[in-house]
Design a protein around this ligand. Structure first.
Ligand SMILES: [Fe+2]
Length: 308
């Protein structure tokens, strides 16, 4: 991981906070079935927008998809007259299916993810014995971001930071002073993301988290999930670097790498797999598309027996 990328992100955030024109507006939509926060971020001057980590509703009993979560995003974007430039994924999620292709059809925007998605495609393409036409080169996505890559959202400066550990391909997208950090840190009272999926690593996650926590203290952090911590009865998905450094129950300042790794590894050993891991991975490794229909015109979700 390049320090240059980090110091560029640092400078961007400091500049954004000192100039009101470069502070993005963020509106979040929470899907209570999958505990996922979808964020819509826009440049107030140009109305250019990005939708981050959208949700396609999926009923595993019937195999039916629907879009009531994403429809709220569409209504908001149209009401606010935003111009969607990006549909961003912080990673290939294992607990919900992406609505990015459907949202792209409704609103436009290019689908982007971290370039290490190819590793995820290789791993899960093999586990699900995907069809030969499923290429494992990331071409299902419109753009693959690399660590430190800069881009613009209207007039807002933005930078992608590679933050692996939960999965190999996790990216944080920092737009102005707002960092969309996917599954790395959760709210301070809930802790951190699991690191036991194929290709995950608690040690790598620790380094990615320290990288995020070296951003300016007032950086706004937007999370992909919340599960309400004991004693809290509201869902929450926004915090700051300062709050995480001071209070994160798993990784506040002073917790060593080894202490984090042993806590994370012990905790992960107690967790069952997410309910929607089978459909989520098969759809999300295809950039949110269902597997290609078979010769009867129907798409199928597979379940590998005794494998995961
Ligand atoms: Fe995740």
């Amino acid at each position: 991981m390049s320090d240059l990328a980090l110091s560029a992100a640092y400078d961007q955030i400091v500049a954004a906070r000192t100039s009101p024109e470069t502070r993005p507006c963020v509106r979040s939509f929470f899907d209570e079935t999958t505990f996922t926060a979808t964020h819509v971020v826009h440049d107030p001057r140009t109305r250019a927008a990005a939708i981050i980590d959208s949700v396609m509703n999926y009923d595993p009993a019937s195999g039916r998809t629907s879009f009531h979560s994403a429809e709220q995003v569409v209504a908001y974007v149209r009401h606010e007259q935003l111009n969607v430039i990006w549909q961003l994924e912080t990673h290939a999620h294992a607990d919900h299916l992406s609505a990015a292709p459907w949202l792209k059809q409704q609103l436009g925007g290019r689908i982007g993810i971290g370039s290490d998605i190819v590793q995820v495609q290789q791993t899960f393409g093999a586990i699900f014995n995907a069809e030969p036409s499923f290429t494992r080169d990331g071409t299902q996505f419109d753009h693959l971001f690399t660590d430190g890559e800069t881009f613009k959202l209207g007039d807002l400066p933005a930078i992608a930071l590679h933050v692996p550990g939960h999965t190999p391909a996790d990216m944080a997208f920092i737009i102005g002073d707002a960092a969309f950090i996917g599954d790395t840190l959760f709210m301070p009272d809930y802790g951190t993301a699991r690191a036991d999926f194929p290709g995950g690593s608690a040690r790598t996650l620790y380094h990615s988290i320290r990288r995020l926590l070296s951003l300016p203290p007032q950086t706004r952090l937007f999370l992909c999930h919340d599960y309400k911590a004991p004693g809290r009865d509201q869902f929450a998905w926004e915090t700051t670097v300062a709050a995480e450094r001071e209070n994160n129950i798993h990784v506040h300042d002073g917790i060593s790498e080894d202490a984090f790794v042993s806590m994370r590894t012990a905790r992960d050993a107690t967790l069952s797999l997410p309910n929607l891991i089978m459909p989520s991975v098969q759809v999300n490794m295809r950039a949110g598309h269902l597997p290609a229909p078979e010769n009867n015109g129907i798409s199928y979700i597979k379940i590998p027996v005794n494998t995961l």
